[in-house]
Design a protein around this ligand. Structure first.
Ligand SMILES: CC(C)(COP(=O)(O)OP(=O)(O)OC[C@H]1O[C@@H](n2cnc3c(N)ncnc32)[C@H](O)[C@@H]1OP(=O)(O)O)[C@@H](O)C(=O)NCCC(=O)NCCS
Length: 174
């Protein structure tokens, strides 16, 4: 699928199912302190722990992970988690792992592809996400894509001790 970003540097963007070939590149990204801060990642990152994490995630039916490719390069990952067994709703997440690949329209385009996958392919009716209040870039992107901020409800306890306020955003299928 083609993408004409603000500076026209990135021309194509696609998301493909994440597989073991994508684990090593991802390991480099998740060590970046700024990405960890923005994405609210916790815990120690070791190669073994990282591999175990993806082994678990890839065999978990409530999760789906995709690698984001821009102009043929793997630049980030995105996915669904906490997919309800009735497949009504799921939580989405995304990061562009390469800092230099940000601000070229890829995040927006990949999120649009993820939304399409969720609503049209997986048959979900509602998507939600959690974002740190200080992450103005992500909040703006999600808002521009139609997500609205809603009060954090039952899952609030999972987000304690993150040192910031967590915002929940939702998008319903129309
Ligand atoms: C959030 C993220 C996925 C956006 O991806 P991206 O490719 O950089 O974003 P895009 O270039 O597609 O920009 C989409 C919109 O996001 C907003 N945005 C992105 N970066 C921004 C920044 N640094 N400051 C303000 N707004 C920003 C803008 O509204 C932008 O639209 P515009 O360019 O028309 O103003 C990316 O910054 C990222 O991976 N951040 C680290 C991880 C993260 O925060 N993930 C989300 C956690 S919930």
């Amino acid at each position: 699928m083609s993408l004409y970003a603000q500076n026209a540097r990135i021309m194509t963007c696609k998301i493909i199912p994440f597989n073991v070939e994508h684990i090593q590149q991802t390991f480099l990204w998740v060590q970046d302190l700024e990405l960890r801060r923005l994405f609210l990642m916790r815990g120690e990152v070791t190669w073994e722990g990282h591999q175990n994490y993806f082994r678990k995630v890839l065999s978990n039916p409530s999760q789906k992970v995709y690698a984001i490719f821009a102009d043929g390069r793997h630049v980030g990952n995105c996915g669904f988690k906490n997919m309800s067994t009735s497949k009504v709703e799921a939580e989405i997440w995304i990061y562009i792992g390469e800092p230099l690949e940000r601000r070229h329209g890829v995040g927006r385009f990949a999120t649009q592809l993820l939304i399409k996958e969720g609503f049209e392919t997986l048959g979900l009716k509602s998507l939600y996400l959690h974002v740190a209040d200080f992450n103005s870039a992500a909040r703006k992107m999600y808002k521009n894509l139609g997500f609205i901020e809603v009060p954090l409800s039952g899952e609030a306890k999972d987000w304690q001790n993150r040192g910031c306020r967590i915002i929940r955003m939702e998008l319903k299928k129309t």
